[in-house]
Design a protein around this ligand. Structure first.
Ligand SMILES: [Zn+2]
Length: 274
């Protein structure tokens, strides 16, 4: 049994669409590192030219690494080069993603500066959803499972999941914190959004063990937008960060973390079925 497990077509298709999610994404990458058969099947799910390009680029990258900014930073922080490569290939750690995020935050800061209370509502709307989006898009089709890397760093899928989630959070959270520091009316709300942000991230990770992370992220986004819009309508946008609600976010986040911990056993099992 252990030698006959292969990724099914649905999973490969979702992976190519960037919809595989943290849990399945990490498991599949684990498997792709070792399974030539599934790598070639992945090709049938990707439009003709990209895959070959991706593999060529990855092979070149493994032999003559040209690390991106996130990867260089990780290495400087003491992460081994193969680890840094595997972490930094997440779509939401790309330079283009980070530029898009920085542009969005600049827009938010401007709207708060010139838009008063409505601007603050905009910040409260965006800030907790940034890490949620980053984690939801941490796995995509051209994540590079080179066997050179796998030989250097045989991965537990759960370790990859946690490392990459950590990397996504440590790149996007400082950007949001920096933009919060630029807000004209700096108050405790400039950091209090971190609690719903971390809680929602845990919910997306836990939910990704059942459904696509983008589905969970969109559901959370809709609920959060509704809450912020309602509070803003009463001219009290910061009400979404009332102490009682902060306790609720913390409780939900802890519950989600617990669920994820239990469900990670499933991940380890899937990752070892090679
Ligand atoms: Zn396979």
């Amino acid at each position: 049994m252990s030698s006959t497990w292969h990724a099914d077509d649905l999973l490969l298709a979702r992976y190519v669409d960037g919809q595989a999610g943290p849990l399945d994404g990490a498991s599949l990458e684990q498997h792709l590192l070792r399974c030539e058969h599934c790598r070639s099947r992945l090709a049938t799910h990707v439009a003709a030219p990209p895959l070959e390009l991706v593999w060529t680029r990855l092979r070149e990258q493994a032999q003559a690494p040209a690390p991106g900014p996130v990867e260089r930073l990780l290495v400087r922080l003491g992460v081994s080069a193969p680890d840094a490569l595997l972490i930094a290939v997440a779509p939401s750690l790309r330079t283009s993603w980070l530029f898009g995020l920085a542009a969005t935050l600049a827009f938010v800061v401007l709207s708060v500066t010139y838009g008063g209370a409505r601007g603050l509502a905009f910040f409260l709307l965006v800030a907790p959803l940034v890490p949620v989006a980053g984690v939801a898009f941490a796995y995509g089709p051209d994540v590079d499972p080179t066997y050179e890397v796998s030989a250097a760093a045989p991965y537990a899928a759960s370790r990859l999941l946690l490392l990459r989630t950590g990397a996504v959070l440590t790149t996007c959270l400082p950007l949001v914190l920096a933009s919060a520091a630029l807000l004209p009316a700096l108050s405790w709300t400039a950091v209090a959004w971190l609690l719903p942000a971390l809680s929602f991230t845990a919910v997306v990770l836990a939910a990704s063990t059942w459904t696509r992370p983008t589905v969970a992220a969109v559901a959370l986004g809709v609920a959060w937008s509704g809450a912020v819009a309602t509070a803003a309508f009463d001219r009290q946008p910061a009400a979404v960060l009332a102490p009682a609600l902060l306790v609720l976010y913390a409780a939900v986040g802890l519950a989600a973390a617990l669920v994820l911990r239990l469900r990670l056993r499933h991940l380890t099992l899937l990752g070892s079925l090679t």
